[in-house]
Design a binder for this molecule. Structure first.
Ligand SMILES: *Cc1c(COP(=O)(O)O)cnc(C)c1O
Length: 395
């Protein structure tokens, strides 16, 4: 019997997304990641990449990747626990632990799989996990994989967090999970207050520093270093995909944590390890980061300049305090229209809408990098203002 099944029901859902301004066709970029990029034959100022330090184009990192392909080949040939731990993987983990100032670090294929693997391994029926409502999707999914009791606290609301810890009264092992820098709002987690509550109630602290890696802390060591909380944060997740400029994620912490995850974390156990070129590029990037404070200073300088210019013009940049600068617009259709008009003007800033953010909190999310010049940023502000006036976002 021939099957007459069609995907009409999928189309209906896509049409609904289209009607509500949530339908997306990924742009295809013709060149490398950078402050100016080309799509559809047009050169646009890029304000949506996570390439904070311009590392994707760094010659030392590229040379390390090419050399690793020559030495080790194109792939690792296996998962880490069989024959997929090559010298270069081991070297990267030692470097990361040293950089972070932890006993150990374990690398995963991405930041996403790090959260999935680590949370699913650490949490079970005996644990209570308390998570900031604005935590990244990979944290939410990681928690969904577990049978842990779940609690959510309103964004950065330490009273709610404390109430939840008090309620638990030490019954279950509690884990507090937070982004270090929140990816949609660009604000920083109140880590000192979280650590204090954790110590008061005997809880563990798990911080996801994806947008803090290479951005926050001395030489980009992350939020634990930024707040000088060394030894008081139990799991520090980082990404190698954003400022580090390659791909991957890691969990840094105690040696016992690493050895435990090696036995339990399913993406680590059942998915092939990084190609040698990736591990070598990450290693070169971390070594470079150690001398990159001037570049990181330039990144923060660019971010303050851009954010204060937008605020002067009357835009609402929410709680932004990092190089992630959202420009709040509103409903999804209005946000999508703003982003589209901005692109016509030569600036690419991705519209972020429901369900990634609340229905009325759609925004074009601008990410400033160290590779932008002041002229680039002034150009972007001019165009944002022009579109803001045209759409009534600005008076
Ligand atoms: C981007 C991001 C991730 C995912 O990292 P990848 O390396 O891209 O998989 C995880 N957590 C947070 C908070 C992020 O912003």
């Amino acid at each position: 019997m021939p099957t007459n099944k069609t995907f009409d029901y999928l189309n209906e859902e896509l049409q609904r997304l289209q009607r509500e301004g949530m339908y997306r066709i990924p742009a295809v970029w013709s060149g490398a990641s950078g402050p100016w990029m080309e799509t559809g034959g047009r050169r646009l100022l890029q304000l949506s990449s996570n390439n904070y330090l311009g590392f994707t184009g760094h010659p030392d990192i590229q040379a390390a990747a090419i050399e690793a392909i020559r030495q080790y080949g194109s792939g690792s040939g296996s998962v880490r626990t069989i024959t997929g731990t090559l010298g270069i993987h081991d070297e990267l983990e030692r470097e990361l632990a040293d950089f972070k100032g932890t006993e150990a670090a374990l690398v995963f294929q991405s930041g996403f799989t790090t959260n999935q693997g680590a949370l699913a391994s650490l949490l079970g029926p005996d644990e209570l996990v308390i998570s900031d409502e604005l935590n990244h999707a990979s944290i939410i999914d990681g928690i969904r994989l577990t049978k842990a009791e779940r609690g959510i606290f309103a964004h950065k609301d330490m009273d709610q967090l404390e109430r939840r810890l008090k309620e638990n009264d030490g019954r279950k092992r509690a884990f507090i999970v937070t982004d270090g820098v929140f990816s949609m709002d660009g604000d920083i987690a109140p880590l000192p207050a979280i650590v204090e509550l954790a110590e008061k109630y005997g809880a563990y602290v798990y911080v996801d520093d994806a947008h803090a890696s290479g951005v926050l802390g001395r030489n980009g060591k992350g939020s634990t270093d930024h707040f000088n909380l060394h030894g008081r944060v139990h799991v520090q997740v980082g990404t190698l995909s954003k400022a580090v400029g390659v791909v991957g994620g890691y969990a840094a912490g105690a040696d016992v944590l690493k050895r435990y995850l090696i036995h339990k974390a399913r993406p680590f156990l059942f998915s092939t390890s990084h190609p040698p070129a990736v591990a070598a590029a990450c290693l070169a990037a971390i070594r470079l980061l150690r001398h990159s404070q001037p570049l990181i200073d330039r990144l923060w300088n660019n971010a303050s300049f851009f954010r204060s210019r937008l605020q002067e013009e009357g835009f609402d940049t929410g709680g932004s305090e990092t190089p992630i600068v959202p420009v709040l617009i509103g409903k999804p259709d209005r946000t999508a229209e703003f982003s589209r008009l901005l692109m016509q003007e030569g600036v690419y800033a991705q519209g972020i809408v429901y369900p990634t953010v609340a229905m009325d909190k759609g925004r074009v999310r601008c990410i400033v990098t160290a590779a932008h010049t002041k002229d680039d940023l002034a150009f972007a502000v001019d165009k944002l203002v022009a579109v803001g006036k045209r759409t009534g976002v600005l008076q």
